[in-house]
Design a binder for this molecule. Sequence first.
Ligand SMILES: [Zn+2]
Ligand SMILES: [Zn+2]
Length: 274
Amino acid sequence: MYYDGHVHTPFCPHGSNDTFEMYIEKAISLGIKGITFTEHAPLPKNFTDPAPAKDSAMLYGDLNNYFHKLQEIKKFYRKYIDVRTGLEIDFIEGFEQETEDFLREVGPELEDAILSVHFLNVGETFYCMDYDENVFNDMIRESGALNSVYKNYFTAVKKSIKHSFMSYQPLRIGHITLVNKFQKLFPADFSITEDIHDILKEVSERGMSLDYNGAGAVKPFCGDTYPSAWIVKEAHKRKIPLVYGSDAHSAKGLGQGYEKLEPYAKLTSPLLLD
Ligand SMILES: [Zn+2]
Ligand SMILES: [Zn+2]
């Protein structure tokens, strides 16, 4: 089942202006059977976007338009492709209650969602971890060591998995090794095995699934999927469902990294998980 469960849209301030129609036409041409649009959900109102360009997420004021447009698109393409309404929700430590309130509000609209960590607190300052290599370098400096950045990230991912949202629980965890995005510039000389095993255990116990994200494979300083092959193997052992995500921010980004996925990876889709 070729399903893409992680796709951005023209509502993303750091993405392209490609229209929904351009994404869908491209998806159909690739033979994709279903797609979830997962725009970066608006950030909590009291959270200041730490990204230098302040362009991490869609605007709160655009939400109704976003949902409305998706309803139209779903109807129009119904015969050709399954289109699902989703969001990529940020898990930000200290802002769980605001995220809960937001989920209560939008939950009824959602057919699928990803829970991701992009923002990490170092000292008293938040950083957008995957913004670019300079921000990542700043984080290493402020944390004291690369190891600390990894620890910080995996701790936040674990918290995101363990956190129960009362009104709507996103069941797919986004790119669990996003911290590898600049690994060719900042290679890890320590093991992450234990953290990964902890993460997989928590995911499995809660019946959650993982975003098997192809974007890292085409990022010049990463060159690997999120997560890596050995983690996919471990996930299989634990029967954790994997859903492919291109994480495309333009129509031409659809399908990216797909050929780099482990050939034995049994991909699933929200269609089958229902
Ligand atoms: Zn993005
Ligand atoms: Zn993401």
